[in-house]
Design a protein around this ligand. Structure first.
Ligand SMILES: Cc1cc2nc3c(=O)[nH]c(=O)nc-3n(C[C@H](O)[C@H](O)[C@H](O)COP(=O)(O)OP(=O)(O)OC[C@H]3O[C@@H](n4cnc5c(N)ncnc54)[C@H](O)[C@@H]3O)c2cc1C
Length: 638
């Protein structure tokens, strides 16, 4: 197999240098309390772990950074001091928001609208750039600028509302931020062979919408590299697949199943369906064999982290999945900004700190403008956003019921600092909050213990050309995974044109091929699936993933002319150790309606909790709603 040594070696070396740079920063000593006494290595990831980050503002922050992984593991293992009394408070704020993902930004937006004169807020985030799971990658392939999403990437344009304050979720923020409703795309030339493209990284797996994309299913023969492609197999009623008659019948029946049960309200649906997994629903109520559940895993694990055996039938009903709802109406198309949902993040940031993104507040400039990092944390601005700051301790000063303040300790540039706040919003996940909030009540702790977080890997491969896909007549691929395979699916998005950002749509021109890769292992206990997946995600080096991904591409595409040495221009790995909170049966309260997330949504003294994990189907609008709810819970404490 010939890899592109000139390209991949350069990428690999970039990764080594970046990781070493990060570690050196982490080890620097300072006159204040030092973060480390020399034992950082036991929590370090190897230097060949992080890899190439592309170009532009996001190049130092793709997925979890080595520093974020190291600090999280150190927290888990009790590697920080038991008490922080010797860490001196150097600043005071009315509000501190921990986490600058969409939940934190939703809290900040509410603060900015309701703040009283003179009030101040500090946001702290542990990554080199804001956005959490909604960030972007940027490549420069021979002078062609290309973006791809790091994680969160698509949405349906929500209904228009005239009174945003009276709405919630996507419609509220869409209207409030002034996001446009019409977009321009590069057209596929009519003289070329007909090809369909997904606007995002999901649509080609969504029943009812998959027909818009030229999807190839690869069925391996068991001999490496040998197999058969079935293009547009659903449209052809699976007649072009090597599947047995019985499997075809099962899959077609599953695919055609509409809403087999009716519910008077969403609450009624939750009580009835949140008692079983989607796989159980398919088996017990539709009498469908496991083949349907395994095919459904493709979409469910991409959207929720684990598959049909793990995901509540109620979550499947909301997504929506066959057997529980009718197909998505074909006029409802997905949309994805060039960098995915980092577009929404940039809208929030532009509203909150206008100088943070160069240019006006037009769609074009918000999406493509460069970030002015110096504008984020300026003295005297009512909202300051401080990056590369990992919060490791949050605790009331005194008893939570009567205390007037909270002390927040964070690590930055290798040393510990503390700020005092009248109130704190933890816009971070439970896997962190359990360790960070030191006076967390037992009920919150127990509730958090019930959450299951699944890992996810988004690998973006920049290509110099995609003629090997064109020859096959596809723009998305799904493979019947065999022993030793990498991933399950990959696709090219239809390029959105935004201002000067004008990516080509030509099989002989550059593009980004995205692999959205979950780590589900159907049949194993859910926590075991998540832990095994996370171990694999965190232990595999960048060169190992490079080998696996190009090896998989050779298996799928060598026969149609793929050559990694010629066709690959770069690979960015975006690793998310706790990507999704899995909506397992009971997550929404099961038959009784008592859900762990309801406990987390209760205020603890001067601290409130907000994260998309509480919604159960992580999504940008509900994430911002969680932040808004948390701010309003604390408004009287600020
Ligand atoms: C692969 C993938 C695909 C997705 N696709 C979509 C999609 O298509 N559409 C959609 O709407 N949603 C999608 N999502 C869901 C996405 O998670 C949410 O929409 C949303 O972006 C999450 O925002 P959040 O603020 O809740 O969490 P996060 O994005 O996790 O933000 C939390 C922030 O807090 C930081 N943090 C954590 N601990 C600390 C600490 N101790 N100190 C300081 N900072 C800390 C984190 O690093 C992060 O920056 C996807 C998610 C993934 C992983």
């Amino acid at each position: 197999m010939s890899f592109g040594p000139h390209i991949t070696r350069r990428d690999f070396l970039n990764g080594v240098l970046l990781s070493l740079g990060g570690m050196l920063l982490g080890c620097r000593t300072s006159p204040r309390v030092s973060l480390d006494n020399g034992s950082l290595a036991s929590w370090s990831v190897p230097p060949d772990w992080y890899g190439y980050g592309g170009v532009g503002d996001y190049r130092f922050s793709h997925g979890n950074t080595p520093e974020a992984v190291e600090t999280a593991h150190r927290l888990r293992d009790g590697g920080f001091p038991a008490d922080f009394t010797q860490v001196e408070v150097i600043e005071e704020y009315d509000l501190v928001i921990v986490g600058a993902g969409i939940a934190g930004l939703g809290a900040a937006l509410e603060y900015s609208k309701k703040r009283k004169p003179g009030q101040s807020c500090l946001m702290l985030d542990n990554h080199p750039i804001f956005g959490g799971e909604a960030k972007e990658n940027e490549f420069d392939v021979g002078g062609v600028r290309l973006f791809g999403p790091q994680g969160s990437n698509g949405f349906f344009v929500p209904e228009a509302v005239s009174d945003p304050d009276g709405a919630s979720g996507d419609p509220r923020y869409y209207a409030e931020l002034g996001v446009p409703r019409e977009f321009r795309y590069r057209d596929w030339p009519s003289e070329e062979k007909p090809l369909g493209f997904s606007p995002d990284n999901y649509e080609y797996m969504v029943r009812g919408l998959e027909g818009y994309t030229s999807v190839g299913h690869f069925f391996g023969s068991g001999v490496s590299g040998e197999g058969q492609w079935a293009v547009d197999m659903w449209e052809r009623q699976l007649a072009n697949t090597p599947l047995s008659e019985a499997t075809r019948e099962t899959l077609l029946r599953w695919h055609a199943s509409g809403a087999t049960r009716r519910f008077g309200s969403d609450e009624e649906a939750a009580r009835a369906l949140d008692t079983m997994s989607y796989e159980e629903f398919l088996g017990s109520e539709l009498r469908l064999g496991a083949e349907a559940a395994r095919y459904a895993d493709l979409f469910l694990a991409s959207a929720c982290g684990l598959g049909s055996d793990a995901v509540s039938a109620y979550a499947a009903y909301r997504l929506p999945m066959p057997g529980l709802t009718e197909p998505v109406p074909p006029d409802l198309r997905r949309v994805s900004f060039p960098g995915g949902n980092s577009g929404f993040v940039r809208y929030f940031v532009k509203r909150l700190i206008p100088d943070a993104i160069a240019g006006s507040d037009s769609f074009e400039e918000i999406i493509t403008g460069r970030i002015d990092f110096g504008a984020l944390d300026r003295r005297r601005q009512p909202l300051r956003l401080r990056l590369r700051s990992t919060v490791i301790g949050v605790e009331h000063e005194g008893h939570p019921a009567s205390s007037g303040s909270v002390k927040v300790v964070y690590a930055r540039d290798g040393r510990l600092r503390a700020v005092r706040a009248r109130a704190v919003i933890m816009a971070t996940g439970g896997w962190m909050n359990r360790y960070v909030v030191r006076d967390l009540p037992p009920a919150h702790r127990e509730a958090y213990m019930q959450f299951i977080h699944a890992p996810f890997l988004v690998a973006n491969v920049a290509l110099t050309n995609w003629r090997f896909l064109y020859r096959l007549g596809i723009t998305a691929a799904i493979w019947d995974r065999e022993e030793g395979d990498f991933g399950y699916t990959c696709n090219l998005r239809k390029p959105m044109l935004v201002g000067d950002y004008r990516p080509p749509l030509d099989p002989d021109q550059p593009t980004v091929l995205s692999f959205y890769t979950p780590f589900h292992r159907p049949g194993l206990p859910l926590r075991t699936q998540a832990t095994l997946g996370r171990t694999e995600l965190l232990r595999t080096s960048y060169p190992e993933y490079e080998g696996q991904i190009y090896g998989q591409m050779m298996k799928l595409f060598a026969a149609s002319g793929f050559d990694p040495g010629r066709d690959v221009a770069g690979l960015i790995l975006n690793r998310w150790g706790h990507a999704y909170s899995v909506p397992f049966p009971g997550f929404f309260g099961g038959a009784s309606g008592r859900a762990p997330r309801d406990v987390i949504r209760t205020r603890h003294g001067r601290i409130a909790f907000a994260h998309s994990e509480l919604d159960g189907l992580q999504h940008w609008g509900p994430a911002a709603d969680e932040g808004r709810r948390a701010f309003n819970q604390l408004a009287d404490a600020i």
